[in-house]
Design a protein around this ligand. Structure first.
Ligand code: HEM
Length: 409
């Protein structure tokens, strides 16, 4: 009635945008423009997911950090309102990344020690050798080569295999099934089948570790089964989580990071020409910030009403916090769309934030430092052997990157 009296027409409800949103053509390193528009507005908005649900979208850096620290949000995939990435059978068989404390903390503690900075530093010479050997191989064959297959995937796969005690000969099997698991558009049956195969594989390996314990992470976990601290299923699930998280993420950072550097020749030159470990470490943080490859967003369910950014999030609602846009928030990083390897980007949220912050970050950092300080120094004329616009980007996965990156020198 009021509308009639004032002569104005009722305002149509704004359409709920679909999530995930598309990146702009020709801007493969930048978050989708609609995420930027939402961040500029500052309000929380609802987005529509594949299943029709409409969780809240949180785009600002400080809002994301505050929610990720809040015990009233849950990472448990079975909590009411949890915004699912893809169809699920309603069970959590991906281990502690999708659990809440205290069970999350109990399981995470079982694998914390091998990822501590000091233990990871001890692996550096071995990683340097892996990197040098792979570069020797590429130089021997000659370009063009696909950097993803020849280098980016083998580096972290070899490292995580050694750490866990998984035979590297099986890499085709676990890389293929991991890929299906993190492809958003894969049908549920295929994803479940891939997960089942990986769990079965880990379970079989556990049998071997029981018979012949070795000095590796999996043998350590198997000993905890014997002492009654963990079930066999717990160990298989943790094993799959570490195997998957240990190679997929870092591999994409290597390939996409290299592409970003090739597209920013002055930044490439900085890394190529330096021996300064501080500059290399800072470059790693900046590339993590700039690329924010785990772009599907931190996903949580609200357990109790929370007021944030002038909005009340109700218990039972879902929240999505894409870290790619938080890492481009001008309130947190000056001139955020500029790749600047010399900036101090350490406050980025590319590894998440709060209790679920990435367990493997010391390992990922060390691997990337070795890669970025070696590859361009040893192959200073490295260049892309294909048009960037024609490259197959991973728009369909929960981890962003390129499926292929032809390079030559
Ligand atoms: C550049 C490489 C990497 C990136 C960008 C990355 C990113 C992330 C992010 C964003 C999360 C938070 C998930 C959430 O809050 O929902 C996470 C968690 C995790 N990451 Fe990584 N990760 C990387 C490498 C690794 C490596 C090498 C490992 C080693 C195995 C690893 C193991 C894990 C585990 C186990 C968790 C779950 C932690 C928890 O729930 O307590 N990640 N990672």
């Amino acid at each position: 009635m009021a509308d009639t009296l004032t002569g104005s027409t009722p305002r149509a409800a704004a359409p709920v945008p679909e999530f995930p949103m598309a990146r702009a053509a020709g801007c493969p390193f930048d978050p989708p423009p609609s995420l930027r528009a939402q961040q500029d507005e500052g309000r929380l908005v609802r987005v529509r997911l594949w299943d029709g649900s409409t969780p809240w979208l949180v785009t600002r850096y400080e809002d994301q950090r505050s929610l990720l620290l809040d015990p009233r949000v849950s990472a448990d995939i079975t909590s009411p309102g949890y915004p699912l990435q893809a169809p699920s059978n309603g069970k959590n068989n991906i281990s502690f990344i999708l659990m809440d404390d205290p069970e999350h903390a109990r399981l995470r503690r079982m694998v914390t020690a091998p990822f501590a900075v000091k233990r990871v530093e001890a692996l550096r010479p071995g990683v340097q050798k892996i990197v040098d050997d792979l570069i020797d191989g590429m130089l021997a064959v000659g370009g063009p080569v696909d950097l993803v297959q020849a280098f980016a995937l083998p580096v972290p796969s070899l490292v995580i295999c050694q750490l866990l005690g998984v035979p590297y000969e099986d890499h085709d099997f676990f890389q293929e099934n991991s890929k299906i698991l993190i492809t958003r558009d894969a049908v549920m049956e295929d994803r479940m089948a891939a997960h089942g195969k990986l769990l079965g594989y880990l379970d079989e390996l556990m049998g071997e570790k029981l018979a012949r314990p070795a000095d590796d992470l999996l043998s350590g976990l198997v000993a905890r089964v014997e002492s009654g601290e963990l079930s066999r299923q717990d160990v298989a699930q943790i094993g799959v989580l570490l195997l998957l998280a240990g190679h997929e993420t870092t591999a994409n950072m290597i390939a996409l990071g290299t592409l970003a550097l090739l597209e920013h020749p002055e930044q490439f030159a900085l890394l190529r020409d330096t021996n300064d470990p501080k500059l290399v470490a800072s470059a790693v943080e900046e590339l993590l910030r700039y690329l924010s490859i785990v772009h599907g967003g931190r996903r949580r369910a609200v357990l109790e009403d929370i007021e944030i950014a002038g909005q009340v999030l109700r218990a039972g609602e879902g929240v999505i916090m894409p870290n790619d846009i938080a890492n481009r928030d001008p309130e947190a990083f000056a001139d955020p769309d500029r790749l600047d390897l010399t900036r101090d980007a350490r406050r980025h949220v590319a590894f998440g934030f709060g209790v679920h912050q990435c367990l493997g970050q010391p390992l990922a950092r060390m691997e990337l430092q070795v890669v970025y300080s070696t590859l361009y120094r040893r192959i200073p004329t490295l260049r892309a052997a294909a048009e960037v616009d024609g490259l197959p980007f991973k728009h369909d996965g929960s981890v962003y990157g390129v499926y292929e990156l032809p390079v030559t020198w």
